[in-house]
Design a binder for this molecule. Structure first.
Ligand code: NAD
Ligand code: UDP
Length: 313
């Protein structure tokens, strides 16, 4: 049994990770400032003997002994990370530095939740880890994209200079239960709109692509990477099953049986045209690849939103 710190543990991915780590018999310290996360996401864990919840912002240092640190603390959806862009980049520069200093002092292994956004609006397709990306340093997405790029650099340099034991996962679009209802991401927006019979909002012509990974697959990948003894990454983690945003809208309409229609809204600035992970490295180094199809994943996700919609009536 290990003592494991999960920052951003009350968020969408973090809450699933805490749950899985407890199932494996570990002691979990969940740290969160509740900006986008919620106590509700971990309410079912609060009485667990091996679970502890701490309200804290990683922009301020903290001293906690642990064997492992999963650093997930950062708002992930464009509307949330653009709400207070300075705080977003601070979470990735100051926050990541504080977590690395903690790892250095306690000799904990630390995993950074990086992102496909380090590739920006990619000119290489699908994206391999060797691609350096195409990121606008002064656009609306920069606080997140550049923040996560600096975070990777900090991780690599703390490893080189101070021998901190690091892991870097580049996470691609992931979906599932406990995504925040108001986070504006495409899967949560489309499911809610379909269930409430509101028009599905497609930004631009809907021909831009994304590749969606179900949350349980992603969490298995993160845990495998963390416990890999010789491989540190960076490694892409996502489902290579690419589709257009328009295709996604039609899949959601079909699966919810909604009678809604589609409306087009302006495409946000710097919205990446295409995104698909090349997961050759994850397969070779970790033996990991996703197993949940989009159809199966949506079937597990829609009831969660259905329940939220019903309970808000
Ligand atoms: P989320 O917004 O649901 O979770 C982030 C959590 O971090 C929230 O609970 C939030 O309250 C907390 N948080 C934010 N800033 C904090 C701070 N300064 N101090 C302490 N806590 C803070 O998002 P998520 O989808 O669960 O994403 C988790 C991590 O994975 C993020 O780092 C994100 O960048 C990364 N990621 C997610 C995806 C995805 O598709 N879900 C894709 C790429 C990368
Ligand atoms: N999108 C959309 N309608 C929505 C929300 C998002 O068409 O209501 C589009 C968005 O423009 C982008 C894609 O869906 O092209 C994925 O958006 P999301 O915010 O989920 O993630 P990211 O852009 O960070 O991949």
């Amino acid at each position: 049994m290990m003592k494991i710190l999960v920052t951003g543990g009350a968020g969408f991915l973090g809450s699933h990770l805490c749950e899985r780590l407890l199932e494996e018999g570990h002691e979990v310290i969940c740290l969160d400032n509740f900006f986008t996360g919620s106590k509700n996401n971990v309410r079912h864990l609060l009485n667990h003997d091996h679970f502890e919840l701490i309200r804290h912002d990683i922009i301020t240092p903290i001293d906690i002994e642990s064997d492992r640190i999963y650093n997930l603390a950062c708002p992930a959806s464009p509307i949330h990370y653009q709400f207070n862009p300075v705080r977003t980049i601070q979470a990735n520069v100051l926050g990541v530095t504080h977590m690395l200093e903690l790892a250095k002092r306690t000799k904990a292994r630390i995993l950074q939740a990086s992102t496909s956004e380090v590739y920006g609006d990619p000119t290489v397709h699908p994206q391999t880890e060797d691609y350096w990306g195409n990121v606008n340093p002064v656009g609306p997405r920069s606080c997140y994209d550049e923040g996560k790029r600096v975070a990777e650099t900090l991780m690599i340099d703390y490893n080189k200079q101070f021998h901190v034991d690091i892991r870097i996962a580049r996470i691609f679009n992931t979906y599932g239960p406990r995504m925040a209802l108001n986070d504006g991401r495409v899967v949560s927006n489309f499911i809610l709109q379909a269930l409430q019979e509101n028009a599905i909002t497609i930004y631009g012509d809907g021909k831009q692509t994304r590749s969606f990974c179900y949350v349980s697959d992603l969490i298995e990948g993160l845990m495998l990477l963390m416990e890999s003894e010789r491989f540190v990454g960076p490694v892409n983690m996502g489902n290579p099953n690419e589709l257009t945003v328009l295709d996604l809208a039609n899949r959601v309409i079909e699966k919810t049986g909604s009678r809604t229609n589609i409306v087009h809204k302006p495409l946000p600035q710097d919205d990446p045209v295409m995104r698909q992970p090349d997961i050759t490295r994850a397969k070779a180094e970790l033996g990991w690849s996703p197993i949940v199809s989009l159809d199966a994943g949506l079937s597990k996700t829609i009831p969660y939103f259905q329940e939220k919609v019903s309970s808000s009536l």
